[in-house]
Design a protein around this ligand. Structure first.
Ligand SMILES: Cc1cc2nc3c(=O)[nH]c(=O)nc-3n(C[C@H](O)[C@H](O)[C@H](O)COP(=O)(O)OP(=O)(O)OC[C@H]3O[C@@H](n4cnc5c(N)ncnc54)[C@H](O)[C@@H]3O)c2cc1C
Length: 455
């Protein structure tokens, strides 16, 4: 067994605990969601949901109520998933949370549609043809129903614009703005639950359950999406110190501020940045740190892609910066063994450059595979890390289509890939190819850490 394999099995002493905590959080979060679903289903059964008469639409109505209860639990879970709650962010990572947010979102919306249709048919005594008229009566006569219908319309718009085909047609900021209507939709759905939903207020237990869930969702947004970023911005007073060209359309931005060590950011992580210059304040952009945080300054490196990233080159020293984060699991936190492979393409190198500096490794334990079309980013800095830290750098210049650059050839460059923690970052299609190659090469899923710069 080579020294690398022995050190591979020698798990990093401090890390399993963080990894174990994260695993426990993921398990706990999943269990909490399922418990919530089971609890409302239990209350529905206790209320006779299973004994509802088929005649006169009773059973249809009952099924509609169950769909509504389940949709409500998932809707609140939706809000919590994207509330930037640090313990969830650390355990799942933002792109995994975004993926689950999508799945829970579509499921909740489909259940909400089923709720609307089944409850209407139920109140129409099972008469489908009478349902449209009944829906109108319910909407105008029942308390909170007009708001609920408006809420459903907001959520429908959010869901439709989040379908991949529709989203591709929208500018990111337009999509993001429309997505904010989700909060209005959730808020408008609430009153009819209180005013007509016997299941919601029928007992102390239910009242406590639902009010706690609604309050937790609202508090999470206020504390972690509004309060914490505002507190951090005031406490750290981040300012741009300089902007430097890295390659043609790629620029590094240096930022400094107060008590940077208290930001709690690790190499490999990213923030959502708002530069208070020109139109920059209206939009946050996620950029990864491209150097290990040293408590004195932060560096990001940005490739010009659209209007937001193009503004970066024109940033002036002294420009104030608002940040949300740190976010992301492409850090030492996810590490499970000592040997690492950092595999990046193009501007996807930024978090890996930071990791190559920030991770603890002995000479020979870390290899960095760098795929680039024209000029490599950070070539000089990587050469210093190779000389000083024994980082092995594998350059893969040229077109992606060249055989040596095909992710399938990875094992030629890193034959012991399966014994390493593998950190991957780059364009979506390329990272997916690297992911499948690594898994096929025997890299255990818990040793594979992938981030793409596109959600
Ligand atoms: C986790 C993460 C880390 C990133 N790190 C870096 C980095 O270190 N260096 C770098 O050059 N780029 C990085 N990016 C990509 C960068 O955020 C986008 O290129 C940038 O936001 C584009 O904005 P734009 O206005 O220039 O272009 P637009 O034309 O508005 O957007 C181009 C594409 O970028 C994506 N995008 C735009 N705005 C956002 C946003 N606010 N949130 C998420 N995606 C968005 C969209 O998918 C959009 O299709 C990262 C992205 C993510 C998700």
């Amino acid at each position: 067994m080579t020294t690398l394999e022995t050190s591979a099995t020698a798990a990093i002493s401090t890390r399993p605990s963080r990894a174990a905590v994260d695993r426990a959080v993921r398990l706990g979060a999943g269990a909490a969601l399922w418990l919530g679903m089971l609890l409302v289903t239990y209350w529905w059964v206790a209320d006779g949901g299973l004994r509802a008469p088929v005649a006169d639409g009773g059973a249809v109505l009952a099924l509609g109520q169950l769909a509504g209860l389940s949709a409500s639990v998932l809707l609140l879970a939706q809000v919590l998933l994207m509330a930037r709650i640090p313990v969830l962010e650390r355990a799942f990572g933002q792109d995994d949370l975004a993926r689950r947010h999508r799945l829970v979102g579509f499921t909740s919306f489909n259940l909400m549609l089923a709720h609307g249709v089944l409850v209407t048919i139920g109140y129409a005594g099972g008469d489908v043809l009478a349902s449209p008229g009944r829906l109108w009566d319910l909407t105008v006569d029942y308390p909170g129903m007009l708001l609920a219908v408006a809420g459903a319309a907001c959520l429908a718009m959010v869901v439709v614009t989040s379908i991949k085909a529709a989203r591709r047609k929208l500018r990111y900021e337009s999509w993001h703005l429309l997505h904010l209507y989700a909060y209005l939709g959730v808020g408008l759905a609430l009153p009819h639950q209180l005013w007509t939903g016997e299941q919601f207020v029928g007992s102390t237990g239910r009242t406590v359950f639902w009010w706690t869930a609604w309050a937790a969702a609202a508090a999470a947004i206020i504390v972690w999406r509004l309060g914490l970023p505002a507190y951090r911005t005031l406490r750290h007073d981040l300012r741009v110190t300089s902007v430097a060209p890295e390659a043609g359309d790629v620029w590094s931005v240096y930022v400094t501020g107060r008590d940077l060590h208290a930001l709690g950011v690790e190499a490999g992580q990213f923030f959502s940045w708002r530069f208070l210059a020109g139109r920059g304040w209206s939009r946050a952009h996620p950029y990864s740190l491209s150097a290990a945080p040293d408590g004195r300054s932060l560096r990001i490196t940005v490739k010009e892609l659209g209007d937001g990233s193009r503004e970066v080159a024109r940033l002036q020293p002294g420009t104030r910066v608002l940040v949300e984060g740190p976010f992301g699991r492409l850090s030492a936190r996810a590490r499970t063994v000592r040997p690492v492979a950092l595999i990046g393409a193009g501007v996807g190198m930024t978090p890996l450059r930071a990791l190559a500096e920030g991770l603890d490794y002995a000479p020979g334990e870390a290899v960095l595979v760098h795929r680039y079309a024209d000029r490599p980013l950070f070539a000089g800095e990587l050469a210093v890390l190779a000389a000083e830290r024994g980082l092995r750098v594998v350059d893969l210049p040229g077109r992606r289509s060249e055989p040596a650059n095909d992710p399938g050839a990875l094992l030629d460059h890193v034959p012991d890939l399966a014994h390493r923690d593998v950190y991957v970052c780059g364009p979506e299609e390329w990272t997916e190819h690297v992911r499948s190659t690594a898994l096929a090469a025997g890299v255990p899923p818990e040793q594979l850490h992938v981030e793409t710069f596109r959600w």
